[in-house]
Design a protein around this ligand. Structure first.
Ligand code: MSP
Length: 647
C-alpha cells in the first residue's frame, strides 16, 4: 500500500538564543520522523530555519554596533551548522530575512488588506519589549508581562489589525471535525477552550520608529510586520507559494512540529491567516512537551540550559538522539540530566544492544572462524524470536503514526532483551561442543535479530546502526519491506572487535548550572507549604513537607526473575519513565515472575539503594497483605505513564 507523503516542519528558531537541548529535541524528532517515513517507503520533505526579525535582534545588533543583517548572518551558523552534527538532514533551510520569504509576506499582507481583512486602528495597550507583544490589562500578572515577568509600558499608537475574530467559528468547526488535527488530543481541547473565550483581532504591525528590523508593510511603509505574522508564513514561502509546483506537491501533507508554548500562534494565528489567504490548513500540528532542567523549562533567561553540542561531544550524536527520543513521551515534559542519559546509555545501548552483538560475534570468532554460520532449520526455540521480529515490522508504522516513538524504541529493545535471554538459554558456547548445528542456529538467530534491531533503530541512531550493519556484514536496508527474517547471509565475515556502545561513568550529581554574568540564576522552586502547618508530632503524624519527600512513582515491570537461593525474592527490572531500575521485592511466593512483566506498580523511588542477598535494589514496591494471607500490589486503576508521581 502506498504511504502518504509528508511535509515536516520544525519551528523557526530565534537567533538571539544559543541552541540548547530543547531546540535540538524538536529538530531531532522531526529528523527521526523523516527517517521513519523513508524507512516505511514514503516520500518526505523537511524544512527548518531561523526567525531573524524583531526588537531583540535589532537591540543586540545596535549594542554590537553592526547592521542587523550582518548580525544575523553571523549568528545563523549556530543553528544551521549544528544540525548536521546531530545527524539531522533537511531539504531546505529558510531564514525570515531571505528575499523569497519577504516577498510572500508582503504578498499575503497586500491580499488581506485588499480584501478588507486588515484595517488600521488606534490602539492602547501594555507592551512588553521582551515578549514583543501587547497584553490586555487583565492579562498582566502583578502589573508585569505574564510570559517574561518583566516590565510593560502603556503604549498608544495607530496599528494594523488582522480580522482574526472573523475566522474563529470556522476554526472551531475544523478542530472539532478533524480530531487528528492538533496532537496530542488534549492540546486540541486547550485550543477549543481558548476559542470559547472569543477571538479578538490581531495587531500585525509595528511602527518603524519603534522597530525598523522587520518586513515593511506593503501598503504603509511607516510600519514593519509583527514577527509572528512574518515568521509563520515561512511554511508556505519556503515552498514557493503560490505558483511553485513544490507548493502544490507538499503543502497538502504539512505536519508542523512545535513546542507547546507556541501552540496558540500555530493553531489560532496561523490557521486563521491561512483561511484569510485562501490556503488550505496543514494536516496536523504536533505540540511537544518541554525538556526541563532543574524542574523548569530550559531557557536562556533562567540560565539553566544544557548545550546539545557539549552533550554530543562527550557521548556522541546518536546516543544523545537515542536518549532524547526514548526518554520523552511526545507531548509530555521530561527532565534532562546527564545522569539519566548515562544510565540510559549503559542499560539499553552498552548492556542490551552492544553486548548482544559482541557476545555473539565473540563466539562466532572463536568457533566459526569469524563468519556468519548457517542457521539450518529453525526450531521451537527460535519461533518466538522470529514471531516477535515479524510483529515489530508490522507494528512499527502504527506506533510512529500514533506519535508513540518511545514505544517504537522500547518494543525494539524488548526484542533485544529477548535475544539476550535466548542466547543465555540456548548457551551456544556450551552446545558447540556437543551439537555444532544447534550452536550455529543460535548464533545466527542472535546476529539476525541484532540486524533487525539495527534497521528498526536506524531512524533514531542513523550512524551507529549503519556501522552496526556494516560490522555484521549486512547490506544496508532501504525500506522496511526489504527487511525479512533470514536476510543476513551465512558465510560473510563479521567485524565486531571493538564495542559500538561504550559504557560510561555515571557523572557526579549535577551542580546547579553556574549562571553567566548578567543572567538571572535559577531560583529554587518554592516549597509547597500549607497554612498553619504543624511540626512533626510524637504520635507519628508527619507534615505535608515530610510526606512530599517520599517519591511514590509508577513503575512498569520490564522483566522479573527469582533471586537465586532466596525463595521469597524476585528481582525486577522496571521502567520509571526517565530511567530503568532494578528492585528486589519479597513477593516471589505470591506472584509468578512472568505474570508481573508489563504490570504497573507503585514504588518508593527515592529510597537509598541497598543490597539484598548481594543483589542491588534501587527502590521498594508497595504491596498490601490481604485477609486470606495473600498479597495485593498497589497499582494504578488504568494505564499511566511510567514514572508518573503518586501524590
Ligand atoms: N521563533 C519562534 C517560533 C516561530 S515558528 C514560525 C520561537 N522560537 S524559539 O527559538 O523560542 O523556540 C523554538 C522551539 O523550541 C519552540 O517550539 C519551543 O517550544 C522549543 N523549545 C524551547 N525550549 C524548549 C525546551 N526546554 N524543551 C523543548 N522545547 C522547547 O518560539
Amino acid at each position: 500500500m502506498a504511504i502518504e507523503p509528508i511535509y515536516l516542519t520544525t519551528p523557526l528558531y530565534y537567533l538571539n538564543d544559543r541552541p540548547h537541548i530543547g531546540h535540538a529535541y524538536c529538530t531531532v524528532l522531526v529528523d527521526a520522523m523523516a527517517r521513519y517515513q523513508r524507512l516505511f517507503g514514503g516520500e518526505v520533505y523537511v524544512l527548518t530555519g531561523t526567525d531573524e526579525h524583531g526588537q531583540k535582534v535589532q537591540k543586540a545588533a545596535e549594542k554590537r554596533g553592526v547592521e542587523p543583517q550582518r548580525h544575523v548572518d553571523e549568528l545563523v551558523g549556530a543553528f544551521r551548522d549544528l544540525w548536521p552534527e546531530l545527524h539531522i538532514r533537511y531539504d531546505d533551510f529558510i531564514r525570515t530575512t531571505d528575499p523569497r520569504h519577504a516577498k510572500v509576506v508582503r504578498e499575503v499582507l497586500q491580499r488581506l488588506y485588499d480584501q478588507g481583512d486588515i484595517y488600521a486602528q488606534d490602539y492602547e495597550g501594555w507592551y512588553s519589549t521582551a515578549a514583543e507583544r501587547f497584553w490586555a490589562e487583565d492579562e498582566l500578572v502583578d502589573g508585569k508581562c505574564p510570559d517574561t515577568g518583566l516590565e510593560v509600558q502603556l503604549i498608544k499608537e495607530r496599528n494594523y489589525f488582522f480580522r482574526m475574530s472573523k475566522y474563529g467559528a470556522r476554526l472551531e468547526a475544523h478542530i472539532r471535525d478533524n480530531p487528528d488535527f492538533i496532537q496530542p488530543a488534549h492540546r486540541a481541547n486547550e485550543v477549543l477552550g481558548f476559542l470559547a473565550k472569543g477571538l479578538e483581532d490581531l495587531c500585525i504591525s509595528r511602527p518603524k520608529e519603534r522597530l525598523s528590523w522587520g518586513i515593511p508593510i506593503p501598503f504603509d511603509e511607516g510600519y514593519v510586520t509583527y514577527v509572528w505574522f512574518d515568521a509563520l508564513l515561512n511554511y508556505v514561502s519556503a515552498l514557493g507559494w503560490p505558483d511553485d509546483p513544490k507548493f502544490a506537491r507538499w503543502w497538502p501533507h504539512a505536519n508542523h512540529y512545535i513546542g507547546k508554548d507556541i501552540l496558540t500562534t500555530h493553531s489560532v494565528y496561523w490557521t486563521t491567516m491561512l483561511m484569510a489567504a485562501g490556503i488550505a490548513l496543514p494536516k496536523r500540528i504536533v505540540a511537544t512537551g518541554w525538556w526541563l532542567s532543574e524542574d523548569r523549562k530550559m531557557s536562556k533567561s533562567l540560565g539553566n540550559v544544557v548545550s546539545p553540542l557539549g552533550m554530543k561531544d562527550v557521548y556522541g550524536p546518536d546516543v544523545l538522539r537515542y536518549f532524547l527520543l526514548r526518554d520523552m513521551v511526545i507531548g509530555l515534559d521530561s527532565s534532562f540530566s546527564e545522569q539519566a542519559l548515562v544510565r540510559r546509555n549503559n542499560s539499553d545501548l552498552a548492556n542490551d544492544l552492544g553486548n548482544l552483538a559482541r557476545r555473539a560475534a565473540g563466539l562466532v570468532g572463536r568457533y566459526f572462524e569469524g563468519v556468519v554460520p548457517e542457521p539450518g532449520a529453525l526450531t521451537e526455540d527460535e519461533a518466538p524470536i522470529v514471531a516477535k521480529a515479524a510483529a515489530l515490522r508490522q507494528a512499527l508504522p502504527g506506533y510512529v503514526a500514533e506519535l508513540q516513538v518511545h514505544t517504537a524504541i522500547e518494543e525494539t529493545m524488548q526484542l533485544v532483551r529477548e535475544l539476550n535471554k535466548y542466547m543465555t538459554q540456548t548457551a551456544p558456547y556450551r552446545s558447540v561442543k556437543t551439537d555444532r548445528a544447534a550452536a550455529a542456529r543460535s548464533l545466527y538467530t542472535v546476529l539476525e535479530g541484532a540486524r533487525h534491531a539495527a534497521v528498526l533503530l536506524s531512524p533514531i541512531m542513523p550512524v551507529k546502526t549503519a556501522e552496526m550493519l556494516r560490522r555484521l556484514g549486512a547490506e544496508p536496508v532501504a525500506t522496511l519491506s526489504e527487511l525479512a527474517w533470514g536476510g543476513l547471509k551465512p558465510g560473510v565475515r563479521l567485524d565486531m572487535d571493538k564495542g559500538l556502545f561504550p559504557r560510561r561513568e555515571l557523572p557526579k550529581a549535577q551542580q546547579p548550572p553556574t549562571h553567566q554574568p548578567g543572567k538571572a540564576p535559577v531560583k529554587p522552586q518554592k516549597k509547597h507549604k500549607s497554612k498553619g502547618e504543624a511540626a512533626p508530632t510524637a504520635d507519628g503524624v508527619i507534615t505535608f513537607d515530610d510526606f512530599m519527600k517520599v517519591q511514590l512513582r509508577v513503575a512498569t515491570v520490564l522483566a522479573a526473575e527469582p533471586v537465586g537461593g532466596a525463595d521469597k525474592l524476585l528481582k525486577l527490572q522496571v521502567d520509571l519513565g526517565d530511567e530503568r531500575r532494578q528492585v528486589v521485592a519479597g513477593i516471589a511466593q505470591h506472584f509468578e515472575a512472568a505474570d508481573l512483566v508489563g504490570r504497573q506498580v507503585v514504588m518508593v523511588a527515592n529510597l537509598a539503594p541497598r543490597k539484598i542477598r548481594k543483589v542491588l535494589s534501587q527502590g521498594m514496591i508497595l504491596a498490601i497483605d490481604t485477609p486470606d494471607g495473600g498479597l495485593s500490589l498497589v497499582q494504578p486503576t488504568g494505564p499511566v505513564e511510567a514514572g508518573a508521581r503518586a501524590h
